[in-house]
Design a binder for this molecule. Sequence first.
Ligand code: 4AD
Ligand code: MG
Length: 501
Amino acid sequence: MKTPLIKELLASPADSRAVAVSGWVRTKRESKNLVFLQVSDGSCFSPIQLAFDRSGAANAALERQLPRVTTGASVRATGRLVPSPAAGQVAEIALETLEVLGEAPADSYPLQKKGHSFEFLRENAHLRARTNTFGAVARVRSQLSFAVHSFFQERGFQYFSAPIITASDAEGAGEMFQVTTLSLEKLAEAGVLAGAKGKRPETAAELVRYEKDFFGRRTSLTVSGQLAGETYAAALSRIYTFGPTFRAENSNTARHIAEFWMIEPEMSFYDLDDDAALAEEFIKYLLNWALDKCAEDMRFFDERIKRELMNSDVSREGNAQVFDARSRRGLIDTLRGVADSPFQRVTYTEAVAELEKNRDSFEFKPFWGCDLQSEHEKYLTEQTYRKPVIVTDYPKEIKAFYMKLNGDGKTVRALDVLVPGLGEIIGGSQREEDCGALLSRMTECGLSPDDYWWYLDLRRFGTVPHSGFGLGFERLLMYVTGMTNIRDVIPYPRAPRQADF
Ligand code: 4AD
Ligand code: MG
């Protein structure tokens, strides 16, 4: 049953030995004498070519199969691996037998060989990994997942699995999906019934009894594994999480999704500078990994972007201008440049001063205290500094409760890594390790210390300075591949009114 992967065949000598191959037909080309099939199995970007000469008497059996061999059909073939006369491929298979495992009728198979729009492919997300673009995205995603583990394991970090269902809001922003086994319909019925009996419940709590819910309390899907991560960093020194996180923000943008994967390292005895240095080293490591280990897929993305930019009629989704700055040099050269040169470091105060010099460029006028909008992030990375920028020390009002307060009492030891074309890719901070200071920040933020008693315990028992950050894995993939919509770098995107499949 098992046959070698096409990746393995293409990397082996074309020495005319007998081989078998399985995959899905990409294209079929027929001429009077010759038939060429391109078959792909997703193991690498290139398909393998299968060829046979129609005049050969022994090929009648192959000929009979041909009508069923259409784009999308699955096949198993045998033949001889021979050097290919065609340009751009080293080897091909001189076909001997061909078995159609599953047909893909041309009148109903959605992915015919012509190019499809990304919107159309999103509606066919179950098939899109069979296209060049989505196959390449899937392989880069897989490689970079491995790279994440490799980076941290090489540096003595322990992989920590943060809980997915949680009772606390790690960001304190209230953007959580509730997890419950209570039935909305039954609760509504109870309300209607109470009304019919002339009862008037005064509060929702009279109807919604969380003590009867599965966990006996209100719970949600996690927005971040950070707080749990901190508990293990306070024992193992350096940990990282890599798992799904969920945000119920109703932002329908090309950079936000409701379910995304986040990598969150947390380090005891690290200050903000150590944190920033690790973030920069991490991004560079991932870029180099993609350039080295995904060279063929990266060449495809590089060419795709250059082609689209040359043909300006084909407007890129999202913001075409976004990739302009880096695409003048192409994706590969740009990423290589980023991997080889230091990121810019500025404080929030310096960044805002820079933006204020150019007030006229912005729809949202910058001022000290404002949250940086994506137009501001773009300006800093694409106009002012023309490289990734690490912005630190934001006003406390626009950052989460757990960040360490600076001596000025106004700013916190926060860090955002911004990259050209995308904006924020990493958010992190040094954490407030002083119990009293943390309690007063929580009060300011309207959070109840009782809900975070275990988190406060870390500050009561053996507290240490510590820091961490979160890298949105899909944002990283957008940056690496040049894909402009985040829904195209995760297999099954979840967004407002989008949870098909
Ligand atoms: O800046 P955020 O909200 O930081 C945290 O969650 C911290 N707890 C991280 C930490 O210090 N351990 O999110 C971190 C990153 C963002 O920079 C962004 O890359 C990504 O997560 N992100 C999203 N990615 C896709 N869709 C969304 N809705 C995202 N929200 C955040
Ligand atoms: Mg952030």
